[in-house]
Structures are given as structure tokens and as C-alpha cells.
Design a binder for this molecule. Structure first.
Ligand code: PGA
Length: 237
């Protein structure tokens, strides 16, 4: 299976910057083989960023837990799908922490994503306190339980993102990443089609060391994905 590289732009880039990225990215991307590339911009830019020739696909960074209705400011999974999204990132630690997204809400978001044919990129990961106090496995187990109602036969992407590594420049060691990813795989052993990504300060300088470890199917990249050259350097690693 191809390695998967997902650019999580978070709340960055205006329309002008998105168009500039797109132009540069389109001229450079041609030579990446063996990689599936996904770009997750902010909601207004799906149409601008979609690639009709299929060199990359697009993803939402979030979706509503509800189908539709009187929910000012929300964006539904069906809307994402209708704009051409293939994936949706769910359960990112910034959503869990800053928007108080609970396991119950995340379970409903996964259901909405499935109803619309989107593949969830489901994020899990421990905080520094969790790790120091030896709770990493327990935290991963609890977060993966939020996927409990999701049918096992569907393709699923799980991103292991230690919270202490996100945006800090302090990447997990290959051993730490491998250990947690093995735990995730063990917990989801009944699933037929699962890919597990690493996320948290991944960059051109450290991606290949991690990719050499067993069990890592690619990356969810924040900061280093904002620049076309640096994101493509990761995709080529
Ligand atoms: P980072 O973010 O690569 O900037 O650490 C990763 C993420 O939050 O998905």
C-alpha cells in the first residue's frame, strides 16, 4: 500500500496564499511515486485546492457531529464530501483540548463522516504528563474506544500524535513512535483496512528515520506542510 502524507494546514493561509501554494505544488508534485498525498486546508478553499487530475486529494480538518439544521457556523460531513473531500481529520488534540470535543461527540462525527463516504483520519495521542506518569497505553486505549461503533470493514486512518510533539519541534523517537503505533495496531487488530500515521514535528530532516520503522504508514504534517518544497521533501522521504 502507498505511504500516506497528509498536510494539516490548521488555521493558516488566505486565499491568495492557497493559490500560490497550489501553483508551486502542481509544478513540483509530478515526480512523487509510491505516495498518496492529501491536503487539508481551511473550509473555504476546497474548490481552489482540489486537483482534477488526481495527483492529490483533499480533506476537511473537522466536521459537525450533526447531519444538518440550525447550527450556525457548523460545516457538515456531507458538505465536505460534496466539495470533493475524501478524508476528514477528527479528534485532533487541538479540537479535543481547545474545543472540548468529547469521546461521545467524536463518535458521532465518525458516524457522520461514514454516512457521507469520508474516511476518518482519527487522531490519538498522550500529553507529556500522561507519558511521564506511564499512562500512554491507557490514554491510547481510551481514545481508540471512541471508534467503538465504527464498522471494522471500512478503511480507516489513525494518526498517532503525541500532544507534546505537536508544533514543539520535539519529535518522538523512532522507538517511542513504533511502540505506540504497535499498541494502536494491536487494539485495532480486527479491522481489515487500517493505516497508521505519525504526527508531531515531522519534517524533511526526520521523516525517513521514522518511515524506516515497521508499522508507520506515513505522516500527518502541520507546520512543515505549509511550504510546498518542505512538504514534498517529506513525501519523497
Ligand atoms: P506539527 O503538527 O507537524 O506542526 O507538529 C502536526 C499536527 O498537529 O497534525
Amino acid at each position: 500500500m502507498k505511504k500516506l502524507f497528509v498536510a494539516n494546514w490548521k488555521m493558516n493561509k488566505t486565499r491568495e496564499e492557497v493559490l500560490r501554494f497550489r501553483e508551486r505544488f502542481a509544478t513540483l508534485v509530478g515526480s512523487v511515486e509510491g505516495a498518496e498525498i492529501v491536503l487539508a486546508p481551511s473550509f473555504p478553499f476546497f474548490i481552489e485546492l482540489a486537483d482534477s487530475s488526481g495527483r492529490w486529494s483533499i480533506a476537511g480538518q473537522n466536521c459537525s457531529s450533526e447531519k444538518d439544521g440550525a447550527l450556525t457556523g457548523e460545516v457538515s460531513a456531507a458538505m465536505l464530501a460534496s466539495c470533493g473531500c475524501r478524508y476528514v481529520i477528527l479528534g485532533h488534540s487541538e479540537r479535543r483540548r481547545d474545543f472540548a470535543e468529547s469521546g461521545a461527540v467524536l463518535g458521532r462525527k465518525v458516524d457522520r463522516a461514514r454516512e457521507s463516504g469520508l474516511v476518518p483520519i482519527f487522531c490519538v495521542g498522550e500529553t507529556l504528563d500522561d507519558r511521564r506518569e506511564g499512562r500512554t497505553r491507557e490514554v491510547l486505549a481510551r481514545q481508540l474506544e471512541e471508534l467503538g461503533g465504527d464498522p471494522a470493514g471500512r478503511p480507516l486512518v489513525v494518526a498517532y500524535e503525541p500532544v507534546w510533539a505537536i508544533g514543539t519541534g520535539q519529535i518522538a523517537t523512532p522507538e517511542q513512535a513504533e511502540e505506540s503505533i504497535a499498541e494502536i495496531r494491536r487494539r485495532l487488530a480486527g479491522r481489515s483496512e487500517i493505516r497508521v500515521l505519525y504526527g508531531g514535528s515531522a519534517g524533511p530532516g526526520n521523516a525517513s528515520a521514522l518511515l524506516r520503522r515497521p508499522g508507520i504508514d506515513g505522516f500527518l504534517v502541520g507546520g512543515a506542510s505549509l511550504d510546498p518544497e518542505s512538504f514534498l521533501a517529506i513525501c519523497r522521504s
